[in-house]
Design a protein around this ligand. Structure first.
Ligand code: CA
Ligand code: CA
Length: 261
C-alpha cells in the first residue's frame, strides 16, 4: 500500500446514508485509513533511473506534482527498501514546482523514510522543505534534521522554529513524520513522530498556514543564492509524502506499518 486511495472496506459494505450512519455499531468498526485523501505529493522513487529530466520523479497521488532531480540526486537500489533516492552532500535534491494544491491551510502531514549517513549533531540536513531561503524567512513548511540529530520544523515562517527530542542515527532507515493541526490548542499544534510513534508535541502560533510562492524540495533545505550549498540530507530517502490534512496518531502508525520494509 502506498499513496493511492485505499480500497473499499474488506466487507464491501458502503456507508450509504440511512444504512449505518450514526448506528451504534459504528464505534466497533475498524477505521478505514485512506492515504490517498489529502495526498498532494507522494514519491515512491521507483523510476528505473533519474537523469535530471523535468518531472521524471513521479508523484503517485494523482495531482501530477512530479519532481525533478537536481545537483546530484539519483535513484539507487537499496538492500532494505529497493528503489530509493540518494541525496548527496552538499545539494542533491528533488524540486517540485509551486502549485495551489501544495498550500495547506489548517492541516498538514509530511512524512519520509530516511537513511542518513552524514548527521553530526551540529549542522542541518534537509528532508522536506517548502521554502527558498532562511534569510528571507519564507518557509511555508519544512522538516529537517539539525542539532542533536533531532527533527526540526518550521511552519508559516520560522517564528515558532522548534524540534523533537529523539536523536536520529546514521546508517539506519527511520521514518520521520510531522503533523500540523491548526484546530488544536496552540501549545500542541505540531506533532513529531519517529517510526510511527510520537516523539514530541510543539506549539505553533498559526491556526492556518499562509501560502508562500516557492517550490517544494525533497531531500534538501534550500537557501539563496542557489549557488550556495542547498543543505542536502546526505543520505537516502524513500516514500516521501505531503498531505494537506492532519494525520491522527493512528494514521501515522498505520502509514509506518504500510510502508515499513
Ligand atoms: Ca521506493
Ligand atoms: Ca509558525
Amino acid at each position: 500500500m502506498n499513496f493511492e486511495a485505499s480500497p473499499a472496506p474488506a466487507d464491501g459494505r458502503a456507508d450509504t446514508a440511512g444504512i449505518d450512519a450514526g448506528a451504534a455499531g459504528d464505534a466497533a468498526d475498524p477505521p478505514v485509513l485512506d492515504f490517498g485523501r489529502g495526498c498532494v505529493v507522494g514519491l515512491e522513487m521507483s523510476e528505473p533511473s533519474w537523469t535530471g529530466a523535468s518531472g521524471e520523479v513521479r508523484d503517485t497521488c494523482g495531482g501530477a506534482h512530479h519532481g525533478t532531480a537536481v545537483l546530484g540526486a539519483s535513484r539507487v537500489d537499496d538492500p532494505v527498501r529497493g528503489a530509493v533516492g540518494d541525496f548527496p552532500l552538499p545539494s542533491g535534491c528533488l524540486q517540485i514546482a509551486d502549485a495551489p494544491a501544495l498550500h495547506a491551510t489548517t492541516g498538514l502531514t509530511m512524512s519520509a523514510w530516511i537513511f542518513p549517513t552524514s548527521l553530526d549533531g551540529e549542522n542541518p540536513y534537509g528532508v522536506i522543505a517548502k521554502r527558498n531561503d532562511f534569510t528571507n524567512d519564507d518557509a511555508e513548511y519544512t522538516m529537517f534534521v539539525w542539532t542533536g540529530n533531532t527533527v526540526w520544523v518550521d511552519l508559516d515562517s520560522r517564528n515558532d522554529r522548534n524540534h523533537g527530542t529523539r536523536a536520529l542515527i546514521n546508517g539506519a532507515w527511520q521514518q520521520v513524520t510531522v503533523v500540523y493541526d491548526g484546530t488544536l490548542p496552540q501549545e500542541r499544534r505540531v506533532a513529531i513522530y519517529i517510526d510511527g510513534a510520537l516523539d514530541t508535541q510543539l506549539p505553533e502560533s498559526s491556526a492556518s498556514l499562509a501560502p508562500y510562492a516557492n517550490p517544494l524540495s525533497i531531500g534538501c533545505l534550500p537557501e539563496q543564492p542557489a549557488s550556495k550549498p542547498q543543505i542536502a540530507l546526505g543520505g537516502r530517502i524513500d516514500d516521501a509524502g505531503v498531505w494537506t490534512r492532519a494525520f491522527a496518531a493512528q494514521d501515522v502508525a498505520a502509514w509506518y506499518a504500510a510502508t515499513k520494509r
